[in-house]
Design a protein around this ligand. Sequence first.
Ligand SMILES: [Zn+2]
Length: 71
Amino acid sequence: MYDDMRDPMFDDVRDDFADPGGRSALCAATKTNPRNLSCPTCGRKRVLTRRDVDLGYQCDSCADRAERGCD
Ligand SMILES: [Zn+2]
């Protein structure tokens, strides 16, 4: 296994955020981690990457709603 957090050769699989400095916690889409999955909460298509789903994330809209606590 590569330590892809530290190896610049594997820059495109780093655990980057999609929106650095923003509020989104979603992972950046890459060749190996394309944003092609639906949100489990609202069903919007192509809003999450495989890694996001593995981490149990939902899309930005749903995450916003959950954070604000008004559903
Ligand atoms: Zn959603």
